[in-house]
Structure formats: structure tokens, C-alpha cells
Design a protein around this ligand. Sequence first.
Ligand SMILES: Nc1ncnc2c1ncn2[C@@H]1O[C@H](COP(=O)(O)OP(=O)(O)OP(=O)(O)O)[C@@H](O)[C@H]1O
Ligand SMILES: [Mg+2]
Length: 249
Amino acid sequence: MTGTQERVIELKGLTKHFGDFHAVKDVSFSVTKGEIFGFMGHNGAGKTSTIKMLLGLSKPTAGTAEVLGHDILHESLALRQRCGFLPASYSLPKDMTPTTFLTYIASMFGRAGAPVKRKIDELLDFFGLADVKDKKLGGFSTGMAQKVGLAQALINEPEVIFLDEPTAGLDPLGRHDFLQYMKTLSTERGVTVMFSTHILTDIESICEHVAILHQGKLIADGHLNALKQQHQSANMDEMYLKLVREAMS
Ligand SMILES: Nc1ncnc2c1ncn2[C@@H]1O[C@H](COP(=O)(O)OP(=O)(O)OP(=O)(O)O)[C@@H](O)[C@H]1O
Ligand SMILES: [Mg+2]
């Protein structure tokens, strides 16, 4: 969070207005290399708006941010090359198959050939999609489609992964395996993961660093255990509800 560790994501007063509506209000925090950062907040808190700005997909009204040292406003193409992204609502091209779709996404990153084929096979195996790799995506269930979405977020071997509610459509086993995979990427490969979710048990199981947005404002940012202690909460649910209720009063 602070100190000498490398800051991979850094926001300074990031702000987003949609007309008169202030969706993200002067938000500042940093995430260090290899952290799994849990980004929480009620519906409409400003999580997706923040993530989109960090990827250079939406322009801030005020403030700045850097991802992997790239300015989000002026170097968004370079930063997106090094990042993976799973948006919250993600629709797949119905007539493509997992293989053709992932090959296409890899080509957008300028990647092709045997290494990409190997990567695709590795991801399809991991997500249990090897048997359906040549089936049309139009016939996939919600969870299967979500897994393809997750695979595309990992295809370019990203250094930072932004996941907007990644486990929403997954069954319990798929969710468990996915969270463990994120943990492995972080501990063994130093990948930084920022993920937003409403599933607080997911946050509790893999995140050390968490933040809560409430009506566009940052109301908590820190080490999960330190925050629980500071707010005298036994678990994530209790702490989250306490902080949000305080912010509303
Ligand atoms: N393009 C837009 N135009 C106008 N208002 C927007 C736009 N995008 C987001 N908003 C508003 O900004 C606020 C924050 O939205 P955002 O999608 O960032 O919330 P969120 O925390 O991701 O919520 P959820 O948990 O429901 O996904 C909401 O009130 C939303 O209606
Ligand atoms: Mg959202």
C-alpha cells in the first residue's frame, strides 16, 4: 500500500462527472505489485467508472492515475497492452468458438503462432473448456461464457488484471478454482489483480488489501485485517456494513 514496494496502480484525486452527477469523487489510493486488491461498494458506488478510467476507456473529469507507470490519459494504449480486463457485462460473439475467439483476442495484442496456441490450450484446460473449444459460443451457459471472458483477460499474460465482478456467474467449484488461480498468479508470477465484487467472502478469501467506495467517495483503504481490527469487526460482512452505515448516517 505504501512504503518501498513498487506502486503498480496509483490514483491521485481521480474524479468523474456525468453531467451534474458526480460518480467518482477525488479518489486516491495505490496498489503495489503482486497484490490482490478487493474493490467494494454498493451498486452505483463508482467501481466500474473507476476501473474504466484506469484502463483509459473513459476520461477523468479531474485528477490523474498511473498504471505500471503509464499515465492513463496519454499512454492508455501502452498500458492496455500490459493489462487484462474482464468487464462486468460482457457479451461474446455467438458464432465464434473459444478457440477462434481467443486466437482473435491474442491477435489484437500482436500475438500469434505456437506460443499463443499453447497459452489458449492451457487456459481452456484450466477453465474446463477443452471439450467445448470448437463449439459455438452462442450455446454457452452463463458460467461457461464467464470462463471464456476470464480466459480472454489472461491471454496476453498481463502484469495487471482488472476484473469487474469476475465470479458472478461461476458455480462454487469454478469460483474456488478461479480465486486460487488468481492467488497463484499473484504469488508465483507477481501479477497484480484489482477486482470489484459484491461477494465479500471472495474478498476475504484472497485479498489482503481492500478499499470501499461509497457514493463515489473512498471510505476505507487498507490492509483487511488492520481495517477489521480498527473497526472492531469479526469478519468482512460486519466491517463492510459498519463502514457503509456510518457513511450513510
Ligand atoms: N455513462 C454514464 N452516464 C451517466 N451516468 C453514469 C454513466 N456510467 C455510470 N453512471 C452513473 O455513475 C454511478 C456509478 O456507476 P458505476 O457503474 O461506476 O457503479 P458501480 O459501483 O460499478 O455499480 P455496480 O455495483 O452496480 O456495478 C451510477 O450512479 C451510474 O448510474
Ligand atoms: Mg459496476
